[in-house]
Design a protein around this ligand. Sequence first.
Ligand SMILES: *Cc1c(COP(=O)(O)O)cnc(C)c1O
Length: 393
Amino acid sequence: MSDRAARLTFLPFSRPALGEEEVRAVVDCLRSGWITTGPRTREFEERFAAYAGARHALAVTSGTAGEHLALLALGIGPGDEVVTSPMTWTSTVNIVELVGARPVFADIEPDTHNLDPAKLRGALTERTRAIIPVHFAGLPCDMDAIGAIASERGIPVIEDAAHAAGAAYRERPVGSLSRLTVFSFHAIKNLTTGEGGMITTDDGALADRIRLLRFHGITRDSWQRQGAGAGAAYDVLVPGFKYNLTDIQSAIGVVQLARLDALNERRESLARRYLDALAGVEEIRLPAAGAGYPVRHAWHLFTILVDVDRLTVDRFGFMEAMKRENIGTGLHFLAVHLQSHYRTRYGYAPGDFPEAERVSERIVSLPLFPGMTEADVDAVARAVKKVVRAHRR
Ligand SMILES: *Cc1c(COP(=O)(O)O)cnc(C)c1O
């Protein structure tokens, strides 16, 4: 059997699912005369809160900004420790560092790549002030197990739900499960506003604090101050940030939120096709499609582990070979504890979190986005098999 030639056109690893409805919503916003935070952001927040089953939803400029405000709202700073997963985007950890606290890692489960509740317990100290589980690829963490450990010790949980818009854990939506949950609307995420983020919480005092810190630390935003009958006065209660989402972005967000379930169903159907097409390829390990508890997986990513011991290329070599087949891939993620800053500052070294390191050396994200066709999935699967065949030991 001869291998087929590479695809004629490049298939990117991700592409946003934006249609005419999003275009119209942005144009309407531009024509309305109000483009920064205002009525569309209010609407996006209200709809998102209802969707996620939370009392409050607060729109911000990014997931990173959301995690920053979540930590600050909880009063976390110097002398405090925050436990998270080493298998995350670096901002989850950077932001802990940036508020002056110490990031502490607990290793991941080998199958789901989520924070391992059994390892979490051992990472807690009397200085732990928050736990940040990351729902890797959109597969929810075992939140009952993590929540039980947290509440035993009175430690708040901030979920990193950057991958998990539309996911559910035991039939409860992600966004309704912990003290605080942070979503990202970056261009590759399941729901996108270009850049953006959302914090959900049931805690009114935390929501007020986040609202304050999100906009200069002043009592009212410009929409509230420019409304009919509103006074022009303002008062700075605390120096705050400039993390408010614009109405141009929220206009996109309102449309994307209405489409989210359908977009995620499309992701799931493509992921199932990958699982079938790649079953039995011994040199790659397929991602977990579920866990030992009921979930609705958001399928943000479709990640495979390349068995580098059985191939003549490493993971980067595999990604290069896929690119020669005209197929883009992604790397989510390199283990954060082995990044230069964290090695230097805390003395981390290979061997500290072996499960995360195993994944970090082998993981590749295959293309997965709602606009892909079944034929695209089949072409990617063929290319994976071709690359594996060409590099078998
Ligand atoms: C994307 C992402 C973030 C950060 O979100 P931004 O909106 O890009 O700031 C945080 N954590 C994880 C796991 C992510 O994938």
